[in-house]
Design a protein around this ligand. Structure first.
Ligand code: MGP
Ligand code: SAH
Length: 454
């Protein structure tokens, strides 16, 4: 196991994706080498990757004037291309110069929390499951390696459970007021500090940001309750009856636009789909990642994944056992204008007609997890709890159609089982999908052709 890859989108809710490659039955030495790498340098490296690939979109998303954009687009229609392009570039440059440092610091603060959560999750899941290759002595070693890093973060006041229940929250958050503070003493890793300098942030360009940053440090302001959540008095209109009847289900209604950005255009969902659908940003990210000619979405439900796959793949085969879901999926796909790229099939994945003999590039599996109660288990057993059968059986079926298989699984899935599912000596890539600071689910990629790191 090694290698982090991180991705994100630049607007709310922000998607963070951390990837980790694992090899089934890896040697002890290999793991030891991995865990002795410092937390700080990993955090710094992945943050920089994140910033270099997303920083500009985050800055522009926040500051690029929508009106100005509209006006420029109109002028493009009037064939004023050259001036429009020059003006637009000038404007972007100006926005970047004015705001990037402030946004950098804000993003750094958020990122540090999310990465910390991710790291804790990763270690906990490896540790708790006592993955075969981690012997008792190694466990001690992990603790001693990371105790210092974690203690340092605790000292900085970074909350350990941001976004979760109140009782878990720490009340204080370190405010970094300028780039020097962000880096002073926090990152001791020489190699990484030098790469920082060489790439972007020459210290002599750092301005005094005191006032400016304090005003815009959103995270701190939320924590200090200066920013109040606006949603309190919103009326509940057009809420489906079955959601109103069940308090637990109302949280899914509140995040309906995160599930489908075009929810208000008439998206249809039944009860099971409300809690099972893959949020649009995660589905879109997976679709980008798995772009290919033909993809099989074997448990398509109301179409959360299938719709996004249709945007990046030439053809989608979408199967579900429930005819109601298939009809909703068709309807929803029409709203997104992609229905003609999807072949909808009502059928039981466990009994696909073996004579139909089709192949596809990738098989995507997001089976039922047993309802929202899946999270009551400390560690989710993917061989016993997944429906309609255990992960190994599902993998066996999927492999009839392609060597490349992707599972969408609960965030508390037993990592030992997840890795072993790759088969002896094979690799898999575990993606942790966060929306803002919440770990929503993990996606696991099997098959050398679709792994990111070769
Ligand atoms: P969740 O844990 O029920 O929501 O589902 P949330 O808000 O993270 O819960 P909380 O208790 O932390 O507040 C999280 C995500 O998991 C959903 O958006 C779905 O994408 C996915 N999901 C949940 N369930 C129960 C299923 C399921 O049975 N099958 C599939 N394929 N996905 C599911
Ligand atoms: N990824 C989907 C949600 C899938 S929920 C989305 O984003 O919208 C899991 C789905 O699996 C449910 O819709 C359920 O009807 C379907 N299902 C359960 N057993 C099945 C089986 N044996 N064959 C095919 N589909 C099945």
């Amino acid at each position: 196991m090694h290698e982090y890859i991180v991705e994100s989108t630049g607007c709310q809710p922000q998607l963070y994706v951390f990837n980790q490659i694992f090899k089934a039955y890896e040697s002890l030495d290999y793991v030891r080498r991995y865990i002795t790498d410092s937390y700080e340098s990993k955090q710094q490296k992945t943050f920089l990757d994140f910033w270099y690939s997303n920083g500009d979109s985050i800055v522009y998303n926040k500051y690029y004037d929508k009106e100005c954009e509209k006006e420029l687009a109109e002028r493009t229609l009037n064939y004023d291309y050259e001036n429009v392009i020059a003006e637009s570039e000038e404007k972007r440059k100006q926005i970047w110069e004015e705001h990037y440092e402030k946004i950098y610091i804000e993003q750094y603060q958020l990122y540090a929390i999310i990465f910390y959560e991710y790291y804790k999750h990763l270690h906990k899941s490896l540790d708790e499951e006592r993955i075969e290759f981690i012997a008792d002595k190694l466990e001690e070693h992990i603790n001693s390696c990371f105790a210092e890093d974690f203690a340092q973060l605790e000292l900085l006041g970074l909350p350990t459970a941001f976004g979760k229940s109140k009782s878990n929250r720490k009340t204080q958050l370190q405010r970094y007021d300028n780039l020097q503070q962000v880096y002073s003493g926090f990152f001791s890793d020489e190699e990484d500090s030098s790469s920082m300098d060489s790439q972007h942030f020459q210290k002599n360009t750092v301005k005094d940001l005191d006032k400016e940053v304090k005003e815009t440090s959103t995270l701190c302001d939320i924590k200090e309750k200066k920013i109040k959540k606006k949603r309190a008095n919103r009326k509940l209109r057009n809420v489906p009856e079955f959601l109103l009847e069940n308090k637990e289900m109302m949280k899914y209604w509140r995040k309906r636009f995160s599930l489908f950005s075009r929810y208000d255009d008439g998206i249809r969902l039944d009860c099971e789909s409300w809690f099972s659908v893959t949020p649009e940003k995660i589905a879109a990210h997976l679709a980008e990642r798995l772009s290919c000619d033909v993809i099989l979405d074997a448990f398509c439900g109301c179409g959360g994944n299938a719709i996004q796959f249709a945007r990046t793949c030439k053809r989608v085969i979408a199967i579900d056992i429930d005819p109601v879901k298939i009809s909703m999926a068709k309807h929803n796909a029409k709203i997104y204008g992609v229905a003609d790229k999807i072949d909808f099939i009502i059928g039981d994945v466990m009994h696909i007609d073996r004579t139909c003999n089709f192949r596809c590039d990738i098989v995507f599996l997001s089976p039922p997890w047993g309802g929202p109660k899946y999270k009551r288990k400390e560690s989710y057993d993917i061989e016993s709890y997944l429906q309609p059968s255990g992960a190994s059986k599902l993998m066996e079926i999927a492999k009839q159609f392609s060597e490349n298989v992707v599972f969408y699984l609960p965030r508390n899935a037993c990592i030992k089982q997840v890795v072993e599912l790759a088969g002896f000596g094979n690799r898999c890539e575990v993606e942790h999908n966060y929306l803002d600071s919440r770990l929503v689910a993990i996606s696991v990629l099997y098959g050398e052709n679709i792994l990111k790191v070769n």
